[in-house]
Design a protein. Structure first.
Length: 525
């Protein structure tokens, strides 16, 4: 297959006027007689397609009985688990809109997302329900809790046992889900996707990574990230295969243990996971990975040497791809095409271009702005309550990523960097000002600047350069002790995976003549 055929073969198809994301995910398998097949498989057992359909239908009806209606926003606060999948499908069947947020989010972020999303209810695991119980006043239609509901709360286990209901006849352009990701101002952005999204990206992913009937897919990361929700749940179900669940926070060991335990064939992880595995000599001998036929990576570039080492040690290829929450996977390497180490591959069912500041196409091989065409069913509906930000990135027929890239003679794309100060650490998009603002709330902090610091195993770590209002004393426990105090404070204000890994205390920050912090001068090679 040629790259030009890949880029054009799916454009122009007609999307039905009526689409429901839950029906689209489940009913292909059910109508093909796969009701008894495992849809999802986790550490505590699995759920078949028929059971997932029945339980999500019952959950939809129970939610309706509680007053949750079509179009209502409902926050999901769980880690990867069967309960998440049942609740997501049930809400979608009802025509309500699941709102997804990383389970590591602190209480302040939970409160913000509840208010900003206009959520009327929430579904949570008991272990994660604390902030929602404190914020009950913001949930007029209640809190539903799994694995340990308190009196007065909806009992998830009871809500999945009743009769189902008809699936809402939702329009293709009707909101189907919301996911929250950090914006350039530091506040999380609410990204709204339509029901048509599953067709646009589902078809593209099926083309890029052809599946086999006995495939088992695993994603090392939370389903609150739309990329992993697609690969591990929605697209897996739509393809009639089994999604393996990694409930615990992803680590190199848990990733490999899960591949062995569930006989995973197709795996997805951020580059950090692969780097950590490669940094430990002999891990390929500690696990039975004979089922694995393909690995995928996105978030940061791995580089040619790690890709070659992985192939040598694990006897599988890693296919790198590029995705954004406003679309999902849009560029990618594939078993159908030659691998070019370091490239993020070619476009899949999307028009991509490299342009200059005047939106003129750049010559082959030259770096410019990476943009994607907006005439695509996968494109998001917009940022919730932020039409100005939406218009900033969607205009003139293009979605503007803010990334810089180049395209080679074979149509492969190569990411060159971002046009701002944001960066990714362990696959998480880091907005420095969000962390800097949280640090500035501490009474002892005068100024702070957050920058990336290179890591041999993690790509980049988060480094906070801090100016204190008063010198440290012996009672502070030295720089290490005070850094620990700041970490504990930050854990209540921002997501735990955004807390700096490295703290450096300085007397002053470097500044320009007009008083602007010279951020670039703090970035170490």
């Amino acid at each position: 297959m040629t790259t030009s055929k890949v880029a054009t073969m799916m454009h122009g198809r007609v999307i039905p006027a009526r689409v429901n994301i839950a029906r689209e995910a489940l009913h292909g398998a059910l109508e093909s007689g796969l009701g008894g097949k495992l849809a999802l498989l986790g550490p505590n057992g699995g759920i078949t397609y028929a059971e997932l359909d029945a339980q999500s239908g019952a959950f939809a009806a129970a939610c309706a009985a509680r007053g949750i209606a079509r179009g209502d926003r409902v926050l999901l606060r769980t880690w990867n688990c069967i309960e998440f999948a049942v609740a997501f499908m049930g809400l979608a069947k009802l025509g309500a809109v699941p709102v997804m947020q990383n389970s590591a989010a602190g209480a302040a972020d939970v409160e913000y997302v509840l208010g900003h999303s206009d959520a009327v209810a929430a579904v949570a695991l008991a272990e994660l329900a604390g902030p929602l119980r404190e914020l009950g006043r913001m949930l007029p239609k209640g809190l539903i809790v799994a694995r340990g509901a308190a009196p007065g709360e909806g009992v998830y286990e009871d809500m999945i046992r009743g009769a189902g209901m008809a699936i809402a006849d939702t329009g293709a352009d009707e909101p189907a889900l919301m996911c929250y990701t950090s914006g350039t101002t530091g506040r999380p952005k609410g990204i709204v996707h339509a029901h048509r999204w599953i067709i646009g990206r589902g078809d593209a992913n099926r083309l890029r990574m052809p599946h086999r009937p006995d495939d088992v897919a695993l994603a090392a990361g939370e389903w609150s990230f739309i990329s992993l929700l697609g690969h591990n749940v929605l697209f897996a179900l739509r393809n009639g295969i089994t999604g393996a669940i990694l409930e615990e926070r992803a680590s190199a060991e848990k990733f490999l243990e899960s591949i062995e335990k569930f006989r995973v064939t197709v795996a997805y992880a951020v580059p950090t996971i692969y780097r950590r595995i490669l940094a430990t000599e002999g891990m390929e001998k500690d696990y039975d990975l004979s089922s694995l036929r393909a690995c995928n990576a996105s978030g940061e570039a791995l580089g040619a040497a790690p890709l070659a080492e992985w192939k040598r040690r694990f006897r599988t290829d890693i296919y790198e791809h590029y995705g954004i929450s406003e679309y999902q996977m849009v560029l990618g390497q594939s078993p159908l095409l030659p691998i070019k180490p370091g490239s993020v591959g070619v476009p899949w069912d999307v028009v991509a271009e490299i342009v200059d500041d005047e939106l003129r196409p750049m010559p082959q091989g030259e770096v410019g702005q990476l943009v994607f065409g907006t005439d695509n069913p996968s494109l998001f509906l917009g940022y919730h309550k932020d039409p100005a930000k939406t218009a900033e990135v969607v205009h003139d027929g293009w979605y503007h990523t803010g990334d810089l890239a180049r395209r080679d003679e074979d149509g492969y794309y190569w990411i060159s960097g971002r046009g701002d100060d944001c960066f990714k650490s362990r696959g998480i998009f880091i907005v420095p000002i969000e962390i800097e603002n949280a640090l500035a709330e501490h009474p002892a902090v005068a100024e702070a600047c957050v920058v990336p610091v290179p890591s041999a195993t993690d790509g980049y770590l988060i480094r906070a350069v801090v100016v204190l209002r008063a010198p440290l004393t012996a009672a502070d426990g030295g720089t290490g002790g005070y850094a620990d105090k700041l970490r504990e404070t930050l854990k209540s204000r921002i997501a735990r995976n955004k807390v700096p890994h490295v703290f450096e205390f300085v007397d002053t920050l470097p500044k320009s003549a007009n008083g602007k912090v010279l951020r670039r001068s703090l970035i170490k090679a």
